[in-house]
Design a protein around this ligand. Sequence first.
Ligand code: SIN
Length: 523
Amino acid sequence: MKTEIIDYLIIGSGVAGLRAAIELAPFGDVLVATKDMPTESSTEYAQGGIAVALSDEDEVGIHYDDTLRAGDGLCREKAVKILVEEGTERIRELISWGAEFDKAGTKLDFTIEAAHSRRRILHAHGDSTGKELERVLLNKVRSFPSVKKYSFAFTVDLIVGEGRCYGAYVLKDRKIIAVLAKATVLCTGGAGQIFLRTTNPLVATGDGIAIALRSGALLEDMEFVQFHPTSLYSPYAPQFLLSEAMRGEGAILRNINKEPFMKNYHKDAELASRDVVSRAIISEMVRTQSNHVYLDMTHLEKNFVQKRFPKIYSTCLQYNLDLTDTLIPVSPAAHYIMGGVKTDNNGATSIKGLYAAGEVACTGVHGANRLASNSLLEGLVYGARAGKAALEFGVRSSKSGIPEVTGEYIPTYHSIPEHDEIRRTLRKLMWERVGIIRCRESLDDAIRSLSEWSFILDKAFFTRRELELKNMLTVAIIITESASLRKGSVGAHYRSDFKEKGENWQKHIMCEKEDNAIRCNIE
Ligand code: SIN
């Protein structure tokens, strides 16, 4: 098997991965491996913005309180403190590297989204904030000759021996390479693609979560999946996100009879938390027997809408939907997973030499429900921290101390001709049975159906689609098992059979692999 030895391996090229690379690049050779183009990540598609307490009317303490409130009692307070405090430094640094956030006159322009008590969300080019972050971070990374990028390089599994990670097996150009590294940083993003309706790009198949579990890492809080209330609903259009910032700027939700309804559900109406708005939309859809509601911006000034949301405006126009004179059909979609690979405040996982940051990780900053626009900030803050911690670990190790990889990782490869059909069925099952509203019966049903495909879990595959399916199935099982264990409704996890928080609600659910089975426990 071809082997490469480097100092640091970063898996994933979104905000967290690139920020970690910048931290490591001056001190060693870094490989950023990504399964698609480097720009193909959730970061690139992030619209609304990045939350940071930098406006004159704001304070880090208020950002901290809002984050804890959204997290519904399950945030780790220290992790949130780090996020809001270091977040201001990370944004100033990003601006010094050339990030151009939108301005009102000479000052930064801040918008508002659900559950924020202040206008604190920076945005770029109106609604293309993630693209601007990715541009600046990629440029910065390019300035370091020590960083090499592998595109279309799929990480199959981590190389772990005696509780220590030494890199990963990567599928590239139809060959498996062993990439050996002193430290590895996992930044592979989320898993929205396991749900039929999602705002996430096609790459979000939960790969990092699944490979970490397979190598023995501890996962935490996987039942907490955030559903975004407004994704474009049309048989002729992709499931495109309609940013919450639109409601922040005054957009109204109407049912199919064109009646506004959010005030009937919550005093904060359109700006209630995402779980509340998503469930309200589902209730209205059931009540009016429709598969969508509408987002209405027609009362807002045409020029403002076109200028403030240029990407959303032009995308909707491609499908003959003009935001300024038409009600836009929307429905909720899976958006963000709060749980993930458990880390400490420096991105360290339960496996030595393995760090994680961004959506793949569970730092505890989001608790049971993420405050809108906190995730890009988390990627910057915890990407930098994970990079720093990987460096500290790396300087204590040497490349010559990495054990040789023998030919043992040459398994028998399998193929599942019906893998696309299984993927479709799995996504539908997860959406219908483990989606916005869950109950004992729906979860039992999902566990039964998912277990019919368990033969996939211990097989080795040689194509990206099949490897993704195996990872999607792994993550689907963990989410369902965790949702089944949490007999109560907290944050984004809602059980129609346990509407209250229930006993032990402040405990966390941990999952790990034990004797080839996945075990989840409340701790
Ligand atoms: C949005 O623009 O609505 C998404 C922002 C986020 O999820 O943080």
